[in-house]
Design a protein around this ligand. Structure first.
Ligand SMILES: Cc1cc2nc3c(=O)[nH]c(=O)nc-3n(C[C@H](O)[C@H](O)[C@H](O)COP(=O)(O)OP(=O)(O)OC[C@H]3O[C@@H](n4cnc5c(N)ncnc54)[C@H](O)[C@@H]3O)c2cc1C
Length: 332
């Protein structure tokens, strides 16, 4: 695995600049991501970056993945956000020794199938929102997953449910049934990424679809170090605003914020993430100010980027990132 695969990153940058960005306003308003956009990502093999070569993937290093996520997010966050959900199920299918590797591994690596995730509810304090109850060797899921992006665009959703101090991870078909219903959310940004709330009512999950069972504690530890990847979303949106602004002190601030994020330990990551979130909001706001009144028209990229910057304050936000966001945003 090359630490940095420049050809692959260049491919993502070209796709973002030549196709995603010119169509981003239309995608933002379309109500869903046009299928051609996702097909372009598949044809560019970018669905394969999260999967190993033996399954037909490209096995991109974390650094290469981060740069690709940043490039695509700066092209069209809505399209990129739907695509980025694919990482979770791709990795789960590749890492499991169970039947889900055979069922989904290759299809996800090639982009023939698309995946999403339902796990952020694990972070909520209080009683678990989605519970798994044993049913012989199988499981019954009850409760809700408040945010599942790509619903309608995806074939499978990697879902996390709690059983005592364990997390049960399962690959669930992304379609409604008597025991699985969806309610689409109406969002002020990235609405076309079709995010839904899922409700499970004793939803049957065969043992064969379970990819892993782990303790909540071990997941929480791993999650802390995984916060680097989705920092690439605000980096991408900030980079686009900064490019549109022209020469400004933001250029240096972006480089510093990226370096800070790249070198942060898991303890330093919440602050590094918040610095990027705040930079993203400030640079998008500066772009609005620079463009002037017309920035508020729906045909302007500035208003889209500003709405996306606000969304990125909460997407993937943990209690520690939130504290840092609030501190930075309330500082003069
Ligand atoms: C449009 C959109 C799409 C999304 N898509 C997906 C998706 O596809 N899949 C997915 O899994 N997630 C998805 N998410 C979830 C996303 O990652 C969450 O935004 C993130 O988890 C933060 O959510 P929250 O602010 O509601 O806080 P939560 O983590 O849900 O917590 C709720 C509240 O409790 C507080 N809190 C949290 N932990 C603690 C604690 N230990 N002690 C005290 N208080 C605490 C938080 O500050 C927060 O205010 C999506 C979110 C959005 C907005």
């Amino acid at each position: 695995m090359k630490e940095i695969n420049s050809d692959l990153i260049e491919r993502a940058v070209s796709l973002a600049d030549e196709h995603l960005f010119p169509n981003a306003l239309e995608t933002d308003r379309a109500g869903e991501v046009p299928s051609q956009q996702l097909d372009l990502l598949r044809e560019s093999e970018l669905y394969g970056i999260f999967s190993p070569v033996e399954l037909g993937g490209l096995d991109a290093s974390p650094k290469t993945q981060w740069a690709i996520i940043e490039a695509l997010s700066g092209g069209c966050l809505t399209t990129s956000f739907v695509w980025a959900q694919h990482a979770g199920p791709s990795k789960a299918a590749a890492e499991t020794t169970g039947p889900m590797r055979e069922r989904w591994g290759r299809a996800l690596a090639t982009g023939e199938a698309r995946g999403g995730v339902a796990f952020a509810h694990l972070n909520r304090p209080g009683a678990p929102m989605l519970l798994a109850e044993p049913d012989g060797d199988n499981w019954l899921l009850s409760g809700s997953a408040p945010f599942v992006t790509g619903w309608g665009h995806i074939d499978v959703v990697l879902t996390a449910a709690r059983y005592e101090d364990l997390i049960i991870w399962a690959m669930i078909d992304a379609r409604e049934s008597e025991s699985l219903s969806s309610k689409r959310l109406s969002l002020a940004a990235v609405d076309s990424a079709t995010t839904a709330e899922l409700t499970f009512t004793r939803h049957y999950v065969p043992e064969a679809t379970v990819t892993a069972i782990e303790t909540f504690e071990s997941w929480a530890e791993r999650y802390k170090t995984g916060l680097r990847a989705n920092g690439s979303n605000p980096l991408g949106v900030a980079a686009r605003s900064i490019r549109l602004l022209g020469s400004s002190p933001f250029e240096e601030q972006l480089v510093e914020a990226r370096e800070h994020l790249d070198s942060a330990t898991s303890e330093e990551l919440p602050l590094a993430r918040a610095v990027v979130g705040e930079l993203c909001v400030r640079s998008a706001a500066a772009l609005v100010a620079q463009v002037g009144g017309s920035a508020m028209t729906i045909e302007q990229q500035a208003q889209r980027l500003a709405r996306e910057a606000l969304f990125l304050l909460v997407q993937g936000q943990t209690i520690q990132i939130k504290k840092n966001h609030l501190q930075l945003l309330t500082n003069k």
